[in-house]
Design a protein around this ligand. Structure first.
Ligand code: BTN
Length: 326
């Protein structure tokens, strides 16, 4: 109920009385007052004026479950948040929670991961308190073969939100790295537990370099943060709330249509590889070609040097620019 009290105070421009909150939530005024005290202890500056009620003067830059749940505008994405101050990996936590019955749209968020996982068995390191590390639990009704498209939709949601909040020239490196000025600001790791014809759950893990400034030597040349590129700090919860909003919309459309046709143009407007020469690192043999764009299944269409077209599936290969990472 803490996030519900916070939401009511946040969404009232002037004052909201303890009476009104207690009636709406069906709890006593003393219970409301106790929650206000807890919120104050967490750093929320809540003014209380006799005969008028409560007013949120300002709030700290928090990324807690209460903060996120009091701000999301969605029906299911991020409406239940599991906040961990520190953990090994939010993707691993999300899997355990999904196994234990966590509902579709539950979100795991942390300030720091000691064992953050990247794609292809790599590690994902991040400075404490300055990045977004989160994992969204999904329990889709469609077939396992359709799950990989969800990664592209998440990439699109992240790109859109970064663009709207920061106005940076954000790009997507197919299928799901988010790039600003040629360097990576966000990686996405999707994992699935499924039977041949049935998805138990999909976990979409998102790591965004937001206000961090230090990068390990191995990734210094290819990684950056929003702060580095913009010169201003960016609110991590603003990003999360926005991403939940966009992703929920994209997911709902995808669930209905079973393809991403509605989003191909938008995705391609962010696609850094579009019309560029790429190296496709296929385990069966590397080749070069020009990336044309994506199809309704999210596959990258590459025209090879011999003129033939290949549909590249994200599961199998990795794509690089001919001169380097992008
Ligand atoms: C990549 O290699 O580009 C994917 C990186 C994914 C990192 C995120 S951070 C939150 C979630 N938990 C993890 O352990 N990994 C993902």
């Amino acid at each position: 109920m803490k996030h519900e009290v916070l939401r009511m105070i946040r969404e009232t421009d002037s004052y909201i009385s303890g009476q009104e909150i207690s009636e709406k939530l069906g709890v006593s005024r003393t219970a409301v007052w106790k929650v206000i005290e807890v919120l104050r202890a967490e750093g929320y500056d809540i003014e209380a004026v006799q005969n008028r009620g409560y007013h949120l003067v300002c709030y700290p830059e928090l990324m807690t479950g209460t903060e996120i749940m009091s701000r999301v505008k969605t029906s299911w994405a991020g409406t239940k948040v599991y906040y961990r101050k520190e953990t090994a990996s939010t993707n691993e936590d999300a899997k355990d929670l999904a196994d234990d019955g966590a509902t579709h749209g539950s979100l795991v968020v942390t300030e720091y991961q000691s064992g953050g996982k990247g794609r292809r068995g790599r590690v994902w390191t991040a400075e404490k308190g300055s990045t977004v590390a989160m994992s969204l639990i999904l329990k889709p009704d469609f077939s396992p073969s359709k799950a990989s498209r969800l990664t592209l939709l998440m990439a699109l949601a992240v790109a859109e939100v970064i663009h709207h909040i920061t106005d940076l020239d954000v790009k997507i490196k197919w299928p799901n790295d988010i790039i600003v000025n040629g360097k990576k600001v966000c990686g996405i790791l999707t994992e699935m537990s499924a039977e041949p014809d049935y998805i138990n759950y999909v976990i979409i893990g998102v790591g965004i370099n937001v206000n961090n400034t230090e990068f390990p030597d191995e990734i210094k040349e290819t990684a950056t943060s929003l702060l580095n590129e913009k010169g201003d700090r960016v609110g991590r919860t603003d990003l999360i709330v926005g991403i939940m909003d966009f992703f929920e919309y994209y997911y709902n459309v995808y669930e209905e249509n079973q393809d991403i046709a509605d989003f191909v143009d938008l995705y391609e407007s962010y696609l850094v590889n579009k019309d560029k020469e790429v190296r496709v690192l296929d385990p069966k043999g590397e080749y070069k070609g020009i990336a044309q764009g994506i199809n309704d299944n999210g596959e990258l269409i590459v025209q090879k040097e011999d003129g033939s077209f290949v549909r590249v599936d994200s599961g199998e290969v990795s794509v690089r620019g001919v001169l380097g990472y992008v």
